[in-house]
Design a protein around this ligand. Structure first.
Ligand code: KE4
Length: 425
């Protein structure tokens, strides 16, 4: 296999042969696939084998791979310039579109990744409130900024510990890690530490411990506690933005965060992130205010062109409804095939995101995610890969459907799943 020889070559010059850990297939075992081409719902690997793609580059490819309108926009922008390091009309147009589509955005600052967006949101919240403590949730991932690579402390109300080497304990000490969907725990926390909390950052629909939906009242409780205490509520919608609904999870659940971070879809596959929200908070960012933030390629014209073209496609009438319906057909079909084969399995979807679980019901918390049968997922992952169906190479990742997926792709996936579930039972 060409992927094998490429992987050997890659490992000589790139740590673990990959530029982002999850790509190394260490969670599922085996040799990571090296891809060469993508179009619509499909990928082709270095051996020219075709796969139906349910990773979608971890979210960005919501319109389908290499959509002609996006490729054309990128080519046109690139033919004029690759980068200025100066303002352009296109980035104003993108900022205006984001403020129009996402209810809570008064203003927005473009950056080049989701990590940059969340790192900036944390610094903004601390600069705006003058407080230091950040609250996050077990199982939620917000990129790899030091303050967010923190795992739960020993007691429910104790400060966090680094979840990565290289993060100083003093940094982690300002971050508290709570249980996702634990509204009562949150109330206790605010009773004890309200005046110290700069911000709560949350994935309003969790997508980094597989897919976990917010329990009724959880997001409302966050909003209420933050309003009452003056803490900044940050919705990390890097993944959920334009996937859960056109205006993000905040539009679907009717909750108005103070800051929102975005990424993935808004770059259409090229590097774009964004942090935005209440004007009074955004006015604190340099060069207007004392909170520094900068980026050589922020608002890059080629990346912005890809993002604008993608957002124009996702905001077309009927786009969200159609992609949500296809995603529902996928998860309903998978659950039916597993039931027929007698395999303990469940699945759910929201918008164009879906979760598959080797557990009798979709998990509602990090602890329940840990009850999923990971070994069975890994066998299912490889069996489906042999059938030309590419799921995320980890039991703890969300799946993504694009507008290019239709009945033929769903049917092919379900026929493959039927065989794989039978082999598992
Ligand atoms: P990036 O820095 O990778 O652009 O974004 C970080 C990030 C922030 N917030 C949320 C909710 C995210 O899901 C992410 C990144 N998501 C992962 C997928 N689980 C990216 C894949 C990877 O790390 O290679």
């Amino acid at each position: 296999m060409k992927s094998e020889s490429l992987f050997e070559r890659a490992q000589r010059v790139i740590p673990a042969g990959v530029n982002s850990p999850v790509r190394a297939f260490r969670a599922v075992g085996g040799v990571p696939l090296f891809f060469e081409r993508a179009s619509g719902a499909y990928l082709w690997d270095a051996d020219r084998r075709r796969y139906i793609d349910y990773v979608g580059s971890w979210g960005p490819m919501v319109a389908g791979h290499s959509h002609p309108a996006v490729v054309e926009a990128v080519q046109e922008a690139a033919s004029r310039a690759l980068s200025f390091g100066a303002p352009t009309e296109a980035e104003v147009e993108l900022a205006e579109m984001l403020c129009r589509l996402v209810p809570s955005l008064d203003q927005v600052r473009l950056v080049s990744s989701g990590t940059e967006a969340t790192m900036t949101a944390i610094r903004l919240a601390r600069g705006f409130t003058g407080r230091s403590v950040i609250v996050k949730f077990e199982g939620c991932y917000h990129g790899h900024a030091d303050a967010l690579l923190v795992k739960a402390g020993s007691g429910a109300l104790t400060y966090g510990h680094p979840s990565s080497a290289g993060v100083p304990a003093e940094t982690a000490a300002h971050t508290m890690v709570m249980d996702y969907n634990d509204s009562s725990g949150l109330k206790a926390l605010f009773q004890e530490k309200a005046g110290q909390i700069a911000a709560v950052i949350v994935e309003p629909v969790a997508g980094n411990m597989n897919l976990v939906l917010p329990a009724p009242g959880f997001l409302e409780g966050l909003r209420e506690q933050c309003t009452r205490s003056g803490a900044v509520l940050i919705f990390d919608e890097v993944m959920t933005g334009f996937r859960v609904a056109l205006g993000g999870a905040q539009a679907r659940y009717g909750i108005r965060p103070d800051l929102t971070t975005l990424g993935k879809v808004i770059g259409g596959g090229l590097p774009v992130g964004a942090v935005g929200g209440r004007r009074d908070i955004m006015q604190k960012i340099a060069p207007l205010g004392p909170v520094y933030q900068a980026g050589t390629l922020s608002g890059n014209p080629v990346a912005v062109a890809a993002g604008l073209a993608t957002l124009k496609l996702v905001s077309q009438p009927g786009f969200q409804h159609r992609i949500e319906s296809i995603t529902q057909q996928l998860v309903t079909g998978l659950a039916a095939e597993a039931r027929k084969a007698g395999v303990i399995f469940s699945a759910q979807s929201i918008g164009s995101m879906f979760g598959i679980y080797f557990r009798d019901a979709p998990p509602r918390s990090f602890a329940e995610v840990m009850q999923c049968d990971r070994e069975r997922f890994n066998r299912f992952f490889h069996a489906m890969l042999d059938h030309g169906v590419y799921f995320a190479p980890s039991a703890y990742e969300t799946g993504f459907v694009s507008a290019a997926h239709d009945r033929p792709e769903i049917e092919t996936t379900l026929v493959a799943a039927r065989d794989c579930f039978e082999r598992l039972s």
